[in-house]
Design a binder for this molecule. Structure first.
Ligand code: TXE
Length: 483
């Protein structure tokens, strides 16, 4: 019997559906929630509710929108513990990680964008020869379709909802069917905060049905999507007839480039964290490490030593470093990439196939694997080219800076990269050459929402963050007046 039965949130009301999906607790393999299996009917109901709410919401003052978002953040802050527990049950991540990262970031997303709109300005110019002034106005666009993935469920969904409603749009959200419970909990907080009915709507279900209905709905002019590149390609194709505005935040195959003048201990520990946080299920995680040959063996030895210290087990235990992967199918996919890396010539040093798991009885049917380190995998191996999206890192050595840059860039992705050196000139020089939307130097996952966030190449289209979200979630117009 499922502990939780999720309902669609449409026009401020919680509505049941005829059909439901099972949602599993990844740490036990047991069904813990039932999720609505919505069709285009429910999606259309949600779009109509969002359309009805749009005129009122778009005319609401920025001060009032900001106040309501801050009030929502206050309510979420008072419920952090419940959200962290539910996020962990849904996604398999350690409760400690949800408590430290996911839930505070959800709250920060609302607080940050609620203040951005209070200081937003537009541009103007004066043409002296024509004796004319030009100025721009920005207006919200309408109903946004917000489609989010399972790895950071609330972190990424609210990174869409917050700017969307802050700039005066309304939205229909479609969270991943594998992690829907906390979006339903968020909906209850939205009601408590007094955000008008229809401003935020949440429809649950599988991508090809509910998600697809949103992508193809004629009255949803913009789609913000985070997920796999293959799905994004399908969304581009099927939304094309409506010329929709798209923001696509996709996968990565992120390199870390380590020179022999790096701050060694900090570098090793941060590379372990960037490889295995959230079971490696973050688009910004490191999955390829290139180490200068002069320190390669020293680095590998320390990296494996630190990796072996990670505790894999029950997400609710405070000393758990790595929880369960999202699903049985995903665990199988990730293990498949380990086999490919070894078949292609890589040397397995620790993790899957090397060390056994030490799980409690209740977790024996969970989707766990040990963090895995493989060295000397050829660059053209599928495990070095494709996004694994799990706790697997491949480490290779390089001789020259040119070789490191060429190999780090030798993938179709370009989301993020890390660079480790104490040489300031090299930090700038190599940072400019790495093909990535974000390059972290001597750090990882330091995020400033004022700065553009998004990938190059097959890692996505568009940028999100303060002014960049304003560009996506509003339409700019130029008014020219003859003096
Ligand atoms: O993504 P999907 P998944 C990558 C990662 C992962 C792969 C697949 O490599 O292994 O994507 O993950 C909805 N029309 N990332 O399965 O399938 C779906 O219901 C409309 C990187 O989670 O793309 C879910 O809500 N919507 C990424 C969302 O799209 C559709 C984070 C993502 O599902 C749809 C997650 C359709 N036809 C995965 N099909 C990152 N950059 O963080 C599916 N969906």
């Amino acid at each position: 019997m499922a502990e939780v039965v999720v309902e669609n949130f449409i026009g401020g009301k919680f509505l049941s559906t005829e059909k439901y999906l099972d949602s599993y607790d990844p740490s036990t393999g047991v069904v813990w929630a039932k999720i609505p299996d919505s069709s285009e009917l429910e999606v259309d109901q949600a779009v109509q509710a969002a359309r009805q709410a749009f005129p009122g919401w778009s005319r609401t003052s920025v001060e009032e929108r900001s106040r309501l978002m801050q009030h929502l953040a206050d309510i979420l802050e008072s419920q952090q513990e419940e959200f962290a527990q539910a996020e962990s049950r849904d996604q398999g991540k350690p409760v400690s990680l949800a408590t430290r990262i996911d839930i505070p970031r959800m709250i920060y997303n609302f607080r940050f964008f609620s203040t951005v709109i209070l200081h937003s300005t537009n541009s103007s110019t004066y043409l002296d020869k024509a004796e004319a002034i030009n100025y721009t106005t920005t207006a919200p666009i309408g109903v946004a379709g917000l489609i989010s993935p399972w790895n950071l469920p609330l972190y990424l969904l609210t990174f869409k909802i917050a700017p969307c409603i802050a700039f005066g749009n309304t939205c229909v959200c479609k969270p991943s069917e594998m992690t829907s419970v906390t979006a339903w909990m968020l909906s209850k907080a939205v009601v408590q905060a007094g955000i008008p009915p229809g401003v935020i709507n949440v429809v649950f279900g599988v991508g090809p049905r509910a998600g697809q209905a949103l992508v193809q709905h004629p009255h949803v002019p913009l789609i913000s999507f985070t997920g796999g590149t293959a799905t994004a390609q399908h969304i581009i194709k099927t939304s094309a007839p409506h010329c929709k505005k798209l923001s696509l935040e996709l996968g990565g195959k992120n390199p870390s480039v380590v020179f022999d003048d790096a701050d060694f201990e900090n570098c090793v520990k941060t590379c372990v964290r960037s490889s295995f946080t959230n079971q490696g299920e973050i688009c910004l995680c490191t999955s390829r490490i290139f180490v200068q040959d002069t320190i390669f063996q020293k680095f590998v030895d320390r990296f494996v030593q630190e990796t072996r210290k990670l505790k894999v087990g029950a997400p609710k235990e405070s000393d758990t470093n790595m929880g369960a992967l999202i699903s049985k199918e995903h665990l199988h996919k990730v293990k498949g990439y380990v086999a490919i890396a070894v078949q292609d010539g890589g040397l397995l040093l620790c993790g899957e196939g090397k060390e056994s798991l030490d799980l409690k009885k209740e977790n024996e049917n969970g989707y766990f694997m040990r963090p895995t380190v493989i060295i000397n995998v050829p660059d053209d191996s599928r495990s070095m080219q494709e996004e694994i999206f799990g706790p697997v890192t491949c480490i290779n050595s390089f001789k020259s800076e040119e070789e490191a840059v060429q190999r780090a860039n030798n993938v179709k992705f370009g989301l993020a990269a890390c660079l480790w050196t104490s040489d300031v000139s090299r930090a700038h020089r190599v940072g400019h050459k790495l093909e990535a939307g974000t390059v972290w130097t001597n750090c990882w996952l330091v995020r400033d929402l004022n700065m553009p966030f998004g990938g190059t190449k097959s890692s996505g289209i568009g940028r999100e963050g303060a002014k960049y979200s304003k560009e996506f979630y509003t339409e700019e117009k130029t008014i020219c007046i003859k003096i």
